[in-house]
Design a binder for this molecule. Structure first.
Ligand SMILES: *[C@@H]1O[C@H](CO)[C@@H](O)[C@H](O)[C@H]1NC(C)=O
Ligand SMILES: *[C@@H]1O[C@H](CO)[C@@H](O)[C@H](O)[C@H]1NC(C)=O
Length: 219
């Protein structure tokens, strides 16, 4: 009886260790994919060693007690290159701070899988493409700062479902259409949207256009 209990305990313990290690590797691999996609002239990612069991000792990465990544703090780090879809696998990530770099290309739609995210700070880069409507799945999001990029297209109406949103800034881009004023967007002023030469608004009651994926582009 006792040996049976010990065996079960050992099996459970091994399973727990393996699953923690698996998460550590998976999240480390996701971050390492980002490291490989960017140029890093200041070597701020120098400590990102993919052979470690988890990324929790890497600089600019913070983990919780389960060794799952909760923060990525790489603002103002002179990084250039692409955001990678793999970052969407960090399901306990709360703070994605990549502002004031020279990141280019689109915001991956997989960022909508970051279900713990509280803050998405991508302002002052050179990001292009549309704001992914998948971001509307980030129900914990409080801070969405995308200003100072080259984002185009319409602002997805779905984002007005983000009930916890406290700060929105999409100014200084090339967005178009009209800006939403319904749902959680009702608390934001034109300040959040300014310096988008082709963006009109606020939309008037009765002229609300529910844009679909097919009509994101403006012309
Ligand atoms: C964006 O790209 C332009 C060149 O196209 C460059 O002059 C500018 O410094 C870049 N902005 C940032 C924030 O990297
Ligand atoms: C939005 O960001 C710009 C910088 O890109 C800043 O000047 C402005 O004060 C911000 N506006 C709001 C409402 O946060």
């Amino acid at each position: 009886m006792e040996t049976w209990v010990v065996k079960v305990f050992n099996i459970v313990a091994i399973f727990v260790l393996l699953s923690e290690a698996a998460y550590g590797n998976m999240e480390g691999d996701a971050l390492y994919a980002f490291r490989k996609a960017v140029k890093d002239p200041k070597n701020v990612l120098g400590s990102w060693d993919p052979t470690l069991v988890d990324p929790c000792t890497w600089f600019h990465v913070t983990c919780d007690d389960d060794k799952r990544v909760t923060r990525l703090d790489l603002g103002h780090a002179k990084l250039s290159g692409l955001l990678v879809p793999e970052l969407g696998k960090l399901e306990r990530l709360q703070f994605l701070e990549l502002y004031m770099n020279d990141l280019v290309g689109p915001i991956p739609k997989q960022f909508g899988e970051l279900k713990s995210l509280v803050s998405l700070d991508l302002y002052h880069n050179n990001l292009t493409g549309y704001i992914p409507p998948t971001l509307s799945k980030l129900s914990n999001l409080k801070f969405l700062r995308l200003s100072g990029n080259k984002l185009t297209g319409r602002i997805p109406r779905e984002l007005t479902k983000l009930g916890n949103l406290k700060i929105l800034n999409v100014s200084n881009n090339d967005l178009c259409g009209t800006f939403p004023t319904s749902g959680s967007f009702s608390k934001f002023s034109e300040e959040s949207f300014k310096n988008n030469p082709r963006l009109e608004g606020p939309e008037l009651l009765g002229f609300v256009r529910y844009d679909t994926g097919e009509s994101w582009s403006c012309n």
